[in-house]
Design a protein around this ligand. Structure first.
Ligand SMILES: C[S@@+](CC[C@H](N)C(=O)[O-])C[C@H]1O[C@@H](n2cnc3c(N)ncnc32)[C@H](O)[C@@H]1O
Length: 165
């Protein structure tokens, strides 16, 4: 997945829509993003994530500006920076369509680089999410090899990557 991203991430904000207990937020901090935001609507997960982030100390961390926003993803307004947006089995098609609409509106208002990584394992949401991203007319596919290993110890995850036009 990381191979799909721009080489220089220093002005980029990483946004994990549906960030759970912060696993991906913490893993992303290994890379040189300017800022990392997790968006999560379940209060108990938000509390857990904030505790995890507060306790976490990795020598290898390159980004230490980590924030968990307690919000419905459909209400979240992306920062006006270059973006890397991550989805991992997060929500229904209805919510995803609203989130995608908001992303496209934000990119239309302020044109900037945006990479979307969409991963799925527990269901085949990628089969409707990937076409929806392309149908927005604002993204093209980034060619990527299938993931060769397990990410969630259950199944190989399928992912697709897209860059803004
Ligand atoms: C499969 S977990 C992914 C967790 C994390 N991103 C990861 O990669 O490990 C999906 C998360 O999305 C959250 N979620 C679902 N619908 C949401 C919504 N409408 N707004 C914000 N978070 C949502 C769930 O509470 C859950 O924590």
């Amino acid at each position: 997945m990381m191979g799909c991203l721009p080489a220089d991430l220093q002005n980029y904000t990483f946004v994990d829509f549906g960030s759970g207990k912060s696993r991906t937020v913490l893993l992303a901090s290994r890379y040189g993003f300017d800022k990392i935001i997790g968006v999560e609507f379940a209060k108990e997960l938000v509390d857990c994530a904030r505790t995890n982030i507060g306790r976490f100390k990795g020598e290898w961390q390159k980004c230490r500006d980590l924030e968990i926003v307690e919000a419905d993803a459909a209400e979240f307004v992306a920062p006006e920076t270059p973006l890397v947006i991550f989805f991992y089995n997060p929500f229904t098609r209805e919510v995803f369509d609203t989130v995608l609409h908001n992303i496209v509106a934000s990119l239309t208002m302020k044109k900037r680089a945006c990479t979307i990584i969409y991963g799925s394992s527990s269901h085949d949401s990628i089969d409707w999410a990937a076409p929806a991203i392309l149908a927005s007319g604002h993204f093209e596919t980034i060619a990527a090899e299938p993931m060769p290993m397990f990410l969630d110890s259950v199944r190989t995850i399928r992912f697709a990557a897209f860059r803004s036009l």
